[in-house]
Design a protein around this ligand. Structure first.
Ligand SMILES: [Mg+2]
Length: 238
Protein backbone atom coordinates (compact mmCIF):
# COMPACT_ATOMS: atom_id res chain seq x y z
CA UNK A 1 0.00 0.00 0.00
CA UNK A 2 1.36 3.39 -1.01
CA UNK A 3 1.88 5.98 1.66
CA UNK A 4 -0.71 8.70 2.07
CA UNK A 5 0.26 11.88 0.17
CA UNK A 6 -0.21 14.98 2.33
CA UNK A 7 -0.12 18.40 0.66
CA UNK A 8 0.48 21.14 3.21
CA UNK A 9 -0.02 24.88 2.92
CA UNK A 10 2.72 27.02 4.52
CA UNK A 11 1.43 30.32 5.92
CA UNK A 12 -0.92 30.05 8.88
CA UNK A 13 -0.92 26.28 8.53
CA UNK A 14 2.73 25.69 9.56
CA UNK A 15 4.29 29.17 9.62
CA UNK A 16 3.09 32.03 11.79
CA UNK A 17 2.52 34.51 9.00
CA UNK A 18 0.95 37.24 11.15
CA UNK A 19 4.09 37.54 13.28
CA UNK A 20 6.43 37.73 10.26
CA UNK A 21 4.13 40.14 8.47
CA UNK A 22 3.92 42.58 11.39
CA UNK A 23 7.67 42.62 11.91
CA UNK A 24 8.30 43.09 8.18
CA UNK A 25 5.86 45.98 7.77
CA UNK A 26 7.21 47.77 10.87
CA UNK A 27 10.79 47.50 9.54
CA UNK A 28 9.71 48.68 6.09
CA UNK A 29 7.83 51.72 7.42
CA UNK A 30 10.82 52.67 9.55
CA UNK A 31 13.11 52.42 6.55
CA UNK A 32 10.79 54.72 4.60
CA UNK A 33 10.57 57.19 7.50
CA UNK A 34 6.84 56.60 7.88
CA UNK A 35 5.66 56.91 11.51
CA UNK A 36 4.75 53.45 12.80
CA UNK A 37 1.32 53.38 14.46
CA UNK A 38 -1.03 50.48 15.25
CA UNK A 39 -3.47 52.06 12.82
CA UNK A 40 -1.17 51.92 9.79
CA UNK A 41 0.12 48.43 10.65
CA UNK A 42 -3.43 47.09 11.07
CA UNK A 43 -4.51 48.75 7.84
CA UNK A 44 -1.57 47.19 5.99
CA UNK A 45 -2.66 43.74 7.20
CA UNK A 46 -6.17 44.36 5.85
CA UNK A 47 -4.89 45.73 2.53
CA UNK A 48 -2.53 42.78 2.17
CA UNK A 49 -5.43 40.33 2.68
CA UNK A 50 -7.47 42.22 0.11
CA UNK A 51 -4.61 42.08 -2.42
CA UNK A 52 -4.11 38.33 -1.89
CA UNK A 53 -7.82 37.84 -2.55
CA UNK A 54 -7.45 39.75 -5.84
CA UNK A 55 -4.60 37.40 -6.74
CA UNK A 56 -6.64 34.30 -5.86
CA UNK A 57 -9.46 35.66 -8.02
CA UNK A 58 -7.01 36.03 -10.92
CA UNK A 59 -7.47 39.82 -11.06
CA UNK A 60 -3.83 40.83 -10.49
CA UNK A 61 -0.39 39.26 -10.96
CA UNK A 62 1.95 38.20 -8.18
CA UNK A 63 4.48 40.88 -9.19
CA UNK A 64 1.86 43.64 -9.20
CA UNK A 65 0.66 42.56 -5.74
CA UNK A 66 4.02 43.57 -4.25
CA UNK A 67 3.63 47.24 -5.18
CA UNK A 68 -0.16 47.49 -5.09
CA UNK A 69 -0.32 47.04 -1.32
CA UNK A 70 2.01 50.02 -0.86
CA UNK A 71 0.23 52.09 -3.53
CA UNK A 72 -2.97 51.60 -1.56
CA UNK A 73 -1.47 52.07 1.90
CA UNK A 74 0.51 55.21 1.09
CA UNK A 75 -2.38 56.79 -0.79
CA UNK A 76 -4.77 56.15 2.07
CA UNK A 77 -2.42 57.71 4.62
CA UNK A 78 -1.49 60.64 2.36
CA UNK A 79 2.14 59.56 2.08
CA UNK A 80 3.62 60.91 -1.14
CA UNK A 81 6.93 60.80 -2.98
CA UNK A 82 7.77 57.19 -2.10
CA UNK A 83 8.77 54.53 -4.60
CA UNK A 84 6.17 51.82 -3.98
CA UNK A 85 7.96 49.24 -6.13
CA UNK A 86 11.04 49.65 -3.92
CA UNK A 87 8.88 49.60 -0.77
CA UNK A 88 7.36 46.31 -1.96
CA UNK A 89 10.84 44.86 -2.49
CA UNK A 90 11.97 46.15 0.91
CA UNK A 91 8.99 44.52 2.63
CA UNK A 92 9.66 41.24 0.83
CA UNK A 93 13.31 41.32 1.95
CA UNK A 94 12.24 41.83 5.57
CA UNK A 95 9.59 39.12 5.30
CA UNK A 96 12.16 36.69 3.90
CA UNK A 97 14.35 37.12 6.99
CA UNK A 98 11.53 35.99 9.25
CA UNK A 99 10.32 32.44 9.54
CA UNK A 100 8.42 31.42 12.67
CA UNK A 101 6.60 28.16 13.15
CA UNK A 102 3.22 27.90 14.81
CA UNK A 103 3.57 26.20 18.21
CA UNK A 104 3.64 22.42 17.80
CA UNK A 105 4.30 22.46 14.04
CA UNK A 106 7.79 20.93 14.25
CA UNK A 107 6.65 18.03 16.42
CA UNK A 108 3.67 17.49 14.14
CA UNK A 109 5.85 17.38 11.01
CA UNK A 110 8.33 15.16 12.78
CA UNK A 111 5.59 12.64 13.59
CA UNK A 112 3.77 12.58 10.28
CA UNK A 113 6.90 12.64 8.10
CA UNK A 114 7.69 9.16 9.42
CA UNK A 115 4.36 7.84 8.15
CA UNK A 116 3.37 9.89 5.12
CA UNK A 117 4.79 11.66 2.06
CA UNK A 118 4.76 15.41 2.61
CA UNK A 119 4.64 18.13 -0.05
CA UNK A 120 4.43 21.87 0.38
CA UNK A 121 1.91 23.79 -1.74
CA UNK A 122 2.11 27.56 -1.38
CA UNK A 123 1.01 30.75 -3.11
CA UNK A 124 4.03 32.50 -1.58
CA UNK A 125 7.07 33.21 -3.74
CA UNK A 126 9.90 30.68 -3.80
CA UNK A 127 12.86 32.84 -2.65
CA UNK A 128 10.86 34.16 0.30
CA UNK A 129 9.27 30.90 1.36
CA UNK A 130 12.38 28.74 1.07
CA UNK A 131 14.35 31.01 3.42
CA UNK A 132 11.44 31.32 5.87
CA UNK A 133 10.99 27.54 5.95
CA UNK A 134 14.71 27.07 6.46
CA UNK A 135 14.85 29.71 9.20
CA UNK A 136 11.90 28.00 10.88
CA UNK A 137 13.76 24.68 10.58
CA UNK A 138 11.07 22.79 8.67
CA UNK A 139 12.32 22.78 5.06
CA UNK A 140 13.73 19.26 5.38
CA UNK A 141 10.40 17.53 5.93
CA UNK A 142 9.12 17.84 2.37
CA UNK A 143 9.70 15.52 -0.55
CA UNK A 144 9.07 18.50 -2.84
CA UNK A 145 7.78 22.06 -2.65
CA UNK A 146 5.45 23.73 -5.13
CA UNK A 147 5.18 27.51 -5.56
CA UNK A 148 2.35 29.12 -7.51
CA UNK A 149 4.58 31.84 -8.95
CA UNK A 150 6.84 29.27 -10.61
CA UNK A 151 3.93 27.21 -11.85
CA UNK A 152 2.23 30.31 -13.27
CA UNK A 153 -1.06 29.43 -11.65
CA UNK A 154 -2.19 29.82 -8.03
CA UNK A 155 -4.32 27.83 -5.62
CA UNK A 156 -7.35 27.36 -5.88
CA UNK A 157 -7.05 26.88 -9.65
CA UNK A 158 -7.03 23.39 -11.03
CA UNK A 159 -3.99 24.24 -13.19
CA UNK A 160 -1.89 24.56 -10.03
CA UNK A 161 -2.91 21.11 -8.86
CA UNK A 162 -2.56 19.53 -12.31
CA UNK A 163 1.07 20.65 -12.25
CA UNK A 164 1.60 19.37 -8.69
CA UNK A 165 0.00 16.01 -9.42
CA UNK A 166 2.04 15.48 -12.58
CA UNK A 167 5.27 16.14 -10.64
CA UNK A 168 4.66 13.69 -7.79
CA UNK A 169 6.07 10.26 -8.42
CA UNK A 170 3.55 7.40 -8.08
CA UNK A 171 0.77 9.91 -7.59
CA UNK A 172 -2.57 8.50 -6.46
CA UNK A 173 -5.53 10.92 -6.30
CA UNK A 174 -7.49 8.72 -3.88
CA UNK A 175 -4.54 8.66 -1.46
CA UNK A 176 -4.00 12.45 -1.46
CA UNK A 177 -5.21 15.02 1.05
CA UNK A 178 -4.64 18.75 1.34
CA UNK A 179 -4.32 20.62 4.64
CA UNK A 180 -4.69 24.39 4.70
CA UNK A 181 -6.08 27.34 6.65
CA UNK A 182 -7.63 29.19 3.72
CA UNK A 183 -11.09 28.35 2.45
CA UNK A 184 -10.63 30.43 -0.70
CA UNK A 185 -7.29 29.00 -1.80
CA UNK A 186 -6.75 25.66 -0.02
CA UNK A 187 -10.18 24.14 0.49
CA UNK A 188 -11.68 25.49 -2.72
CA UNK A 189 -8.50 24.23 -4.41
CA UNK A 190 -8.98 20.74 -2.96
CA UNK A 191 -12.61 20.83 -4.15
CA UNK A 192 -11.53 21.88 -7.65
CA UNK A 193 -8.81 19.22 -7.76
CA UNK A 194 -11.03 16.41 -6.49
CA UNK A 195 -8.98 15.58 -3.39
CA UNK A 196 -9.80 15.43 0.31
CA UNK A 197 -9.65 18.91 1.85
CA UNK A 198 -8.83 19.35 5.52
CA UNK A 199 -9.49 22.81 6.89
CA UNK A 200 -6.93 23.82 9.54
CA UNK A 201 -9.05 26.20 11.58
CA UNK A 202 -7.52 26.88 15.02
CA UNK A 203 -9.31 30.25 15.24
CA UNK A 204 -12.74 28.67 14.84
CA UNK A 205 -13.69 30.79 11.81
CA UNK A 206 -17.05 30.37 10.07
CA UNK A 207 -17.52 28.57 6.78
CA UNK A 208 -18.40 30.52 3.64
CA UNK A 209 -20.66 29.07 1.01
CA UNK A 210 -18.15 28.43 -1.76
CA UNK A 211 -15.63 25.98 -0.29
CA UNK A 212 -16.59 22.66 1.26
CA UNK A 213 -14.05 21.06 3.61
CA UNK A 214 -14.24 17.29 4.00
CA UNK A 215 -12.91 17.69 7.53
CA UNK A 216 -12.13 20.56 9.91
CA UNK A 217 -9.50 20.43 12.65
CA UNK A 218 -8.57 22.92 15.37
CA UNK A 219 -4.97 21.82 15.99
CA UNK A 220 -2.10 19.48 15.18
CA UNK A 221 -2.96 16.63 17.56
CA UNK A 222 -6.45 16.40 16.09
CA UNK A 223 -4.99 16.69 12.59
CA UNK A 224 -2.53 13.85 13.12
CA UNK A 225 -5.29 11.57 14.44
CA UNK A 226 -7.44 12.44 11.44
CA UNK A 227 -4.63 11.66 8.97
CA UNK A 228 -4.10 8.30 10.69
CA UNK A 229 -7.83 7.55 10.41
CA UNK A 230 -7.96 8.58 6.72
CA UNK A 231 -4.88 6.44 6.05
CA UNK A 232 -6.45 3.39 7.71
CA UNK A 233 -9.81 3.93 6.04
CA UNK A 234 -8.22 4.19 2.62
CA UNK A 235 -6.13 1.12 3.30
CA UNK A 236 -9.13 -1.04 4.24
CA UNK A 237 -10.93 0.16 1.10
CA UNK A 238 -8.29 -1.44 -1.13
MG1 LIG B 1 -2.25 29.70 4.41
Amino acid sequence: MDKLIVLLDADDTLLDFAKSEKEAIVSTLKEYSVPVTDEIVDRYVQINKHCWKLLEDGKITRVYLDRLRFDMLFEEFGITGKDTVAAGACYRAHLTERGYVINGAVEFLDNISKKYRLFLVTNGTQPTQIVRLRTAGIDGYFEDMFYSEQIGCAKPYKGFFDHVFSHIENFDLSRTVLVGDSLTSDILGANNAGITGIWFNPKGLCLDDKAVPDYTVAGYAELEKLLDAIDKKEQTKQ
